[in-house]
Design a protein around this ligand. Structure first.
Ligand code: HMG
Ligand code: MG
Length: 301
């Protein structure tokens, strides 16, 4: 029996990471209704949209309206992706509790994703982090391609540490480590966590696994063994980064709940509410979501 934590915190990224990769535009009314369902599921944080350039991510062009119209549950932290000061301005107007800044450990993915070199991204994020903190917002720093890059291949932990050290120096409250293309195996997770947890409190580390090759649950188990208690998940397994070719969605909230609740770990989240919200968005998208737990519950597994 492992020495599991009593409680694990999941951040629901479906409305952001999930929808950003969808060609179908989910109407603002439907997004709001769906996020309201998630707000009542017991989840503690929802990344509700993204304040990036709408030309780059048209599926989330209504971020401001969504932020203004959702019914806020005081027990939930509402965060959003923010790439620069223009994004922060819009996000503050729409209402956020937390700003998620993001960059990549790989030079090529960073350039493809946010149109800047790594060194050119630092001053932009420094300004955003400082301004968001001044507004009293919590800031999460995402680092993408921490294991493998779709353009450059294997990324060394040292490369990740360089980016992390900068974000930490700028004052992020926590960091989310992205397996952007869902390629990592547990030994890679161990190698990275070995390098990080001696230098950054593990309570502030969030693991963000995409599930392209079905390794996410194994990687979550490995992270739990390292004492990591925070994960990003996406309802039904929806998602992917449009600037990381071939990447599938995040690990499904449904599947992670099945694992955690089965291990006797509390999350505060009600499975049934997550199922209902999964079926709602699945119907709106008109296609089956990849979560196997969801398919089992629906009787289509
Ligand atoms: P850029 O084109 O280099 O920006 O984009 P720019 O500063 O040169 O400005 C060009 C135009 O964009 C201007 O408009 C700006 O006003 C506008 P114009 O004068 O031409 O009409 N603009 C904006 N408009 C609205 N909101 C903004 C904004 N910023 C500039 N915030 C930028 C730079 C970063 C904005 C762009 O590259 C972009 O939007 N990239 C986003 C890509 C993205 O969202 N990728 C997916 C999310 S990351 C991810 O999924 C990974 C993650 O899940 C972790 C993991 O899995 O590893 C987080
Ligand atoms: Mg992602």
């Amino acid at each position: 029996m492992g020495n599991w934590p009593g409680f694990v915190q999941l951040k629901e990224v479906g409305p952001r990471d999930g929808l950003q990769n969808e060609k179908a535009f989910i109407s603002t009314d439907d997004k709001v209704a769906w996020i309201d369902m998630l707000s009542n599921s017991g989840v503690q944080e929802i990344e509700y949209s993204s304040f990036v350039n709408p030309k780059w991510i048209p599926a989330l062009k209504d971020a401001k309206e969504v932020g203004k119209r959702i019914t806020r549950n005081p027990a939930v932290r509402y965060s959003a992706l923010v790439p620069n000061m223009k994004g922060l301005e819009n996000a503050l107007e729409a209402g956020i509790d937390g700003a998620s800044v993001f960059m990549s450990a790989s030079e090529t993915h960073n350039l493809k994703n946010i149109n800047k070199s790594i060194s050119g991204t630092y001053p932009v994020l420094k300004e955003v982090i400082e301004a968001a903190k001044q507004e009293g917002k919590r800031v999460t720093g995402y680092v993408s391609t921490v294991f493998d890059c779709p353009y450059e291949g294997r990324i060394a932990p040292d490369q990740v540490m360089r980016v992390l050290n900068q974000l930490i120096a700028y004052g992020v409250d926590d960091i989310s480590l992205g397996d952007t293309i869902g390629s990592a195996v547990p030994s890679q997770v161990e190698m990275l966590l070995d390098a990080i947890i001696t230098r950054f409190p593990k309570e502030k580390i969030i693991m963000h696994f995409h599930d392209t090759r079905g390794m996410a649950i194994a990687n979550i188990m490995t992270s739990l063994n390292y004492g990591i208690t925070r994960f990003d998940t996406s309802i039904g397994g929806l998602g992917g980064c449009p600037y990381a070719p071939g990447a599938a969605g995040n690990v499904a909230t449904n599947d992670v709940l099945y694992l955690l609740h089965g291990l006797g770990i509390k999350t505060g989240i009600q499975d049934k509410k997550i199922q209902d919200a999964s079926i709602f968005i699945q119907n709106k998208l008109g296609k089956k979501l990849p979560s196997r737990s969801l398919a089992y519950v629906e009787g289509t597994a």
